[in-house]
Write a protein that binds this ligand. Structure first.
Ligand SMILES: NC(=O)c1ccc[n+]([C@@H]2O[C@H](COP(=O)([O-])OP(=O)(O)OC[C@H]3O[C@@H](n4cnc5c(N)ncnc54)[C@H](O)[C@@H]3O)[C@@H](O)[C@H]2O)c1
Length: 335
């Protein structure tokens, strides 16, 4: 078992490690049992809904897909990793009952793949209510100076084009029914800060966030709600198995997770619970972004809590505010 799988995850002073009954195991996927009860979430909270999760066969997306299914929804996993995707379908069906999950091998940058994804999703489940845009190739994270321009093309293709293709495939149906949620796994870094990410990664993520925030305006007052959720430290990683860094990038240093305000790695199962919570509160989040620790904070009490909202502006950040926050912390902008 990987190192991070052995430690007790403490976030905001609470143990968010899943404790649940369904002990489905996998030799391919790095999973722990999932249980929504600790987060005060009901297992039928999303009953009747159908979700598509891109990049749903690994880490963050896997946690989202499993938690959304645990909350009673049907789930379509769209990922280009066929082995992990098929295993994700098996795990979710074993945890929730046959027919809960469908895996469709999909490259989100391909128009024909997204068309096939939509056809299969509609054929199996009749509709899609929730679109979770989450796919990304995390290796596309080098500096602009030393990365081939094809890396930037790929980053924009997955983040910008991929998100736009999925929106065009699934949002029209949501608008027809006046019911839907579109979300995106954003980053809080819209340019490269000193210690994380890379220019190529941040540029693609910023493009997708721009599409999302603009979509929020396009679908205003339709019953379709759009927001970004920033996972920020969601992983169960075996650091010893990490590939070597790309040229120009520093060697990964786990001690960076000791930085102030950072609570350590968040297990994907807990990340999934936060996503379920945010989906249930999508109307309040419409047109904004939320960082996962703030979602956990909010899960302690009715959301949003007016008593704390004005004290902690970070609870509900607009995209502009997010960008401004990190601009002020970035290189060349030291106060
Ligand atoms: N992990 C974090 O803490 C964190 C922080 C901020 C943002 N994010 C965002 O969350 C998302 C998931 O991150 P992760 O850490 O789980 O990454 P990951 O690499 O573990 O998973 C990404 C998944 O996307 C799939 N994928 C990649 N390219 C694809 C494509 N073209 N078509 C379909 N599927 C594709 C991969 O096969 C994989 O299953 C990413 O968008 C990432 O930018 C993560």
């Amino acid at each position: 078992m990987p190192y991070w799988g052995q430690i007790l995850y403490l976030i905001e002073g609470r143990n968010l490690m899943a404790t649940a009954a369904q002990a489905v195991t996998s030799t391919i996927l790095n999973i722990e049992p999932i249980d929504l009860a600790y987060a005060g979430l009901k297992e039928d909270a999303l009953k009747g809904e159908v979700a598509v999760v891109t990049g749903g066969a690994s880490n963050v997306g896997l946690g989202y897909a499993r938690a959304i299914a645990r909350a009673g929804a049907k789930v379509v996993i769209a990922d280009f990793n066929a082995e992990a995707g098929a295993e994700t379908e098996r795990v979710i069906n074993a945890e929730n009952g046959p027919g809960t999950a469908l895996f469709v091998k999909t490259d989100v940058t391909s128009e024909s793949d997204i068309k096939n994804l939509a056809e299969q999703a509609f054929e199996k489940f009749g509709k899609v209510d929730i679109l979770v845009n989450n796919a990304m190739n995390m290796r596309l994270n080098g500096p602009i100076l030393s990365s081939p321009i094809s890396d930037l093309d790929s980053s924009y293709a997955i983040s910008g084009r991929g998100v736009a293709l999925a929106i065009k495939a699934f949002v029209p149906g949501m608008l027809e029914r006046g019911h839907g949620v579109v979300t995106y796994s954003a980053t809080q870094f819209h340019f490269m800060p000193p210690m994380v990410g890379g220019t190529v990664y941040c540029a693609g993520k910023a493009a997708a966030t721009s599409v999302m925030m603009s979509l929020a305006n396009e679908v205003k007052d339709t019953g379709v709600y759009v927001f970004c959720l920033t996972p920020a430290g969601v992983a169960r990683i075996d650091f010893s198995k990490l590939p070597p860094p790309q040229e120009g990038m520093p060697k990964f240093d786990p001690s960076m997770f000791a930085m102030p305000g950072f609570h350590g790695m968040i297990p994907p199962e807990a990340g999934g619970a936060a996503m379920v919570y945010c989906i249930l509160h999508a109307k309040e989040l419409h047109g904004s972004g939320i960082i996962i620790n703030d979602a956990f904070d909010a899960m302690n009490y009715p959301y949003p809590n007016p008593a704390t909202l004005h004290k902690r502006e970070s609870r509900r950040l607009s995209d502009l505010e997010l960008t401004m926050t990190f601009c002020n912390m970035g290189p060349g902008f030291k106060k």
